[in-house]
Design a protein around this ligand. Structure first.
Ligand code: NAX
Length: 326
């Protein structure tokens, strides 16, 4: 039996946590042969609810669940963890300005970034789910100067999976047959889902769909506003699909994507005209525990415009929290 891996989940008593923890404990994220120790972080007022979730986890008698730690202290939560899923965040309350939301989350993610810096395994893989995910991930990364920046990522996988499903529905082909989809930018309605390079059974998706109006007026708004549509229908925000995307993201990063393109929000490096200094969604391939940006894709005028628009939003978000870093 392998030695257990410590996995931190923040916001563990929340609704995404409730869809996520059982799947991690059953081996769907790190493999059916990998025991885990769950480190569960939530606010003091959520500790009783968290106890209830832990009782349910116990009652599943998962063979791979070696132990659990519950805490409201990030320094305890991140001790020796090799994977950290930062799900808990401050939601926007009534009348709250965007600036205040960024500010409130800035406070959370500087503390958590520092705690990761001080206590996590040196090769910890961090995924930020809590919104605004890209900017929160950037704040955590900046607050952890002793860790490799490439180990901080933001979740764009839900957007990626949403786009895959829309393309499958449009073409009538199985979702698993779609390759080489990319999603660029921020996890927000400005993200740019791009199927120009996508193929199904080796055939170009763009030629199959052959409808730029559908792309611009149906596909992009449907994917971009999917979160709002789910809130409208369900009365609650996406939870099971978000948890599923987080599992997909970490599983592929740790175990490899088998040559498939997947989307991750990663630190920008100047490629594709996106200057350093933001967490930007890009297509990657994962192998041997590392992600590699897909290089050399051609960016046409429409894509340039979309990619710059979502970049501008990220730069605005960063400007709103720049004072946190002097
Ligand atoms: P819930 O409100 O159900 O749960 C959030 C949990 O986080 C609560 O238990 C709360 O007590 C806890 N929490 C708040 N501040 C904390 C802190 N400083 N430390 C530890 N725990 C803290 O929200 P849920 O539906 O689970 O969503 C969580 C986050 O995911 C939200 O920010 C949401 O906007 C974001 N999402 C991100 C998605 C993505 O694709 N990146 C998609 C789904 C989701 O909207």
């Amino acid at each position: 039996m392998k030695a257990p891996v410590r996995v931190a989940v923040t916001g563990a008593a929340g609704q995404i946590g409730y869809s996520l923890l059982f799947r991690i404990a059953s081996g769907e994220m790190l493999g059916k042969d990998q025991p885990v120790i769950l480190h569960l972080l939530d606010l003091p007022q959520a500790q009783t609810a968290l106890k209830g979730v832990m009782m349910e986890l116990q009652d599943c008698a998962f063979p791979l669940l070696a132990d659990m730690v519950a805490t409201d202290d990030p320094n305890v939560a991140f001790k020796d963890v090799k994977v950290a899923l930062l799900v808990g965040a401050r939601p926007r309350s009534k009348g709250m300005e965007r600036k205040d939301l960024l500010e409130a989350n800035g406070a959370i993610f500087t503390v958590q970034g520092k705690a990761l810096n001080d206590h996590a395994a040196r090769d910890v893989k961090v995924l930020v789910v809590g919104n605004p995910a890209n900017t929160n991930a950037w704040i955590a990364m900046k607050s952890a100067p002793d860790l490799d920046p490439k180990n901080f990522t933001a979740m764009l996988r839900l957007d990626h999976n949403r786009a895959l499903s829309q393309i499958a529905a449009k073409t009538g082909k199985p979702v698993a047959s779609i390759e080489k989809l990319a999603v660029w930018g921020n996890h927000s309605p400005t993200m740019y889902a791009d199927y120009r390079f996508a193929t199904i059974d080796g055939q170009p998706v763009k030629a199959m769909i052959n409808d730029d109006v559908w792309n611009r007026d149906v596909f992009l708004p449907t994917v971009g506003k999917r979160g709002a549509a789910i809130i409208e229908a369900r009365g609650l925000s996406s939870a099971a699909s978000a948890a599923n995307a987080a599992i997909d993201h970490i599983r592929d990063w740790v175990l490899g994507s088998n040559g498939k393109w997947v989307t991750m929000g990663i630190p920008s490096d100047g490629s594709y005209g996106i200057p350093e200094g933001v967490m930007y969604g890009v297509p990657v391939v994962c192998e041997n525990g590392e992600y590699k940006r897909v290089e050399g894709l051609e960016i046409d005028a429409f894509s340039r415009e979309r990619m710059d628009l979502t970049l501008a939003e990220l730069e605005e978000e960063r400007a709103a929290i720049a004072h946190l870093f002097g």
